[in-house]
Design a protein around this ligand. Structure first.
Ligand SMILES: Nc1ncnc2c1ncn2[C@@H]1O[C@H](COP(=O)(O)OP(=O)(O)OP(=O)(O)O)[C@@H](O)[C@H]1O
Length: 257
């Protein structure tokens, strides 16, 4: 398993170094302008074919995320939040409608093109912290820079910067099992922002945490929106954190109400 993972990392590393080079050459990224639309979703539908039947999961979603906004998607289990988040991150594509990201059509790009955009401009955070268990907080964040093709000379400074931003400067060399759930989620955030994405997508990032730890994670989100110029779109069941959102979309049975 470890050998397979390493081989994949090497392949990924090569491909992503090329990307990093291309990125520098084309300097494609748009300048940051708070309040400008970063992501817009136009009449998106997602229909799955299951056992010969059509399952209509997203039914005409219309939404936007502006630069430096914290947007929350709330809704009951099964309402379609994860399906929508997968479409926003290009892991899935709408059956109808369109998603525009950073001023360009996104959902209509090829799989390879979406992967390039995702690796460069997006970061992902999940409910279960998705850390490598045998690596320290430092090594976990460093791995993310290695995977993104960031030049080695920048790793030390950026790892320190990201772990400090999430308030873990005193825990940099701890491994996940030596950290609380909230601290592990903050390492996952440091990992997700290390390559300087412009959009963070988070699926129930506080679901495994108690109220105090959830509040810490939300404070970190608010901090990185300002300091890293990132926008965040997250799903949640937790009504107590909705008040820190700039905008809340409530999903019921595949539609916003
Ligand atoms: N690949 C798929 N194929 C078929 N049906 C799917 C697929 N993905 C999701 N669904 C169905 O779509 C519906 C919405 O699922 P989704 O995971 O988006 O909901 P959710 O709001 O994120 O729920 P939860 O809060 O429990 O994660 C569910 O009925 C699910 O079974």
């Amino acid at each position: 398993m470890a050998i397979i993972q390493n081989a994949e990392i090497n392949d990924d590393q090569e491909a992503q170094s090329e990307e990093a080079l291309q990125r520098e050459q084309t300097n494609e990224r748009l300048s940051q302008e708070p309040g400008k639309t970063l992501l817009s979703v136009n009449q998106v539908e997602r229909i799955f074919q299951v056992g010969g039947r059509s399952l209509h999961v997203l039914k005409g979603i219309q939404m936007e995320v502006k630069q430096q906004q914290l947007v929350m998607l709330k809704g009951r289990s099964g309402s379609g939040k994860t399906t929508l988040l997968n479409c926003l991150g290009g892991l899935d594509t709408p059956s109808k409608g369109e998603i525009i990201f950073n001023g360009k059509p996104f959902s209509t790009k090829s799989d390879d093109e979406r992967t390039l955009v995702r690796r460069r401009d997006m970061g992902f955070i999940f409910q279960a912290f998705a850390l490598m268990p045998l690596l320290s907080a430092w090594e976990n964040v460093e791995l993310s820079l290695r995977m993104a093709g960031t030049p080695r000379s920048q790793w030390k400074e950026r790892v320190e910067e990201c772990l400090t931003l999430v308030g873990l400067e005193k825990r940099m060399h701890h491994r996940p099992f030596e950290l609380s759930g909230g601290e592990q989620q903050r390492v996952a955030i440091a990992k997700a922002i290390a390559h300087k994405p412009i959009l963070l997508l988070a699926d129930e990032p506080t679901a495994e945490l108690d109220t105090a730890m959830s509040a810490q994670v939300m404070a970190v989100f608010q901090n990185i929106i300002r300091t890293e110029n990132v926008s965040i779109c997250m799903t949640t069941h937790d009504l107590t954190i909705l008040e820190v959102a700039d905008h809340v979309y409530e999903m019921v049975d595949g539609k916003f109400i």
